[in-house]
Write a protein that binds this ligand. Sequence first.
Ligand SMILES: Nc1nc2c(ncn2[C@@H]2O[C@H](COP(=O)(O)OP(=O)(O)O)[C@@H](O)[C@H]2O)c(=O)[nH]1
Ligand SMILES: [Mg+2]
Length: 447
Amino acid sequence: MFTSLAEKLQNTLRRLRGKGKLGEKDVDLALREIRLALLEADVNFKVVKDFVGGIRERAVGEEVRRSLTPGQQVVKIVHEELTALMGHQQSKITLSGSPAVIMLAGLQGSGKTTTAVKLAVNLSKGGRKPLLAAADTYRPGAAEQLQVLADSAKLPCYRNDGAGPVQICREAVRLADREGYEPVILDTAGRLHLDDAMMDELKKIKAQLKPAELLLVVDAMTGQDAVTAASSFHEALGLTGVILTKLDGDARGGAALSVRAVTGRPIKFAGVGEKIDALEPFHPERMASRILGMGDLLTLIEKAEAGFDQEKARKLEQKLRRQEFTLDDFREQLQQLRQMGNMEDILAMLPAAQIPKDLRRMQVDEKQFQRIDAVITSMTPAERSNPSMINSSRRRRIAGGSGTTVQDVNRLLTQFSQMQKLFKQMGTLEKKGFKHTGRGKRGFPFF
Ligand SMILES: Nc1nc2c(ncn2[C@@H]2O[C@H](COP(=O)(O)OP(=O)(O)O)[C@@H](O)[C@H]2O)c(=O)[nH]1
Ligand SMILES: [Mg+2]
């Protein structure tokens, strides 16, 4: 997520952090770099100007001059301003009206249909009984697409192919009223470009259905174009919020960092994958931490808690404490991690400074998972619980048996021993009375 922007900002801040004293020149240079990084990430130029201006004002002010660690103080300011830029606090959706209606709008391909289902999945996990309404009557196959996705999530979907969008929405609301569904999520039509006919239709739906939430679905990959479209949508319709999609891809960050400032409307959710459970509540503060390489442990822990088997987690913790972590456990951990999503995104949630180099380089894609699995399978139980016995002839045998190379086996063993070391360090810190109390601490945050 935002790799290039994150790297540049982190480099700039690393240099600042190391400085005992901050002169005007240092601040100027850092601000220039921040400005460039943001512009290159396609952040709206006016947003960049205000943002950098805000940081400058604080960076030359009292709070930094009086600080014993001025570099750190500036990093803190950048973090706070970045958080503020994306909206201070998390903004939840409001469900009022009976039944409450959530209307989604956005350009074609921005991710409305997928997001409608993701949102329904999210709300039904929270105990709601959502109903999806197929109100895109223009794109052939649009209703079918919604239906297929809804079926896969075992969620109800109302469609009436052949009827107009307003009629479909009203019928869906009537059905929801009768059957006790709530909220009703309207998947509307989009075009490739903004046009008056589309806006008129959306206005009609809004006027008739009085949605509690009118959310604009914005494709984060499209950068400034998306933000321009967002402000037109907002002027015409009066949005209540934004959902950013495709943050799992190589979006540069422009849309995410500009859309709140340009529309004045909060980002409520972020789409982070094609699967129907790949939707996260948007937390500005956590996102700022991720971008600045401070990690996002809270989201990571939430994901882990949602996907992990409590009993297994407890057993693992015992093993870690007794330092009995084996290659079998390693394999099981990787499988669980894989269920949490894209490995790169997961690593990005860990504070950069705390990940050992070999782990950081560990690019775990599907193929590599299979390779690791094959290597571990080719070991004897004794080797798995005591890898130190794996000498070079055993390495050759394992490589041959798993259809991999000796280098593959070596790499896996190195990564495994790195992980073991990490856990040992964690154990020592605990013995010294270190308690992990959340982000910002220099602890080992894995479990
Ligand atoms: N990687 C990724 N793809 C997404 C995300 N949201 C939607 N998509 C994909 O974007 C494409 C367009 O989505 P769709 O819901 O049909 O857009 P719509 O035209 O606005 O209804 C589909 O291929 C989706 O799978 C996301 O958060 N991440
Ligand atoms: Mg659609």
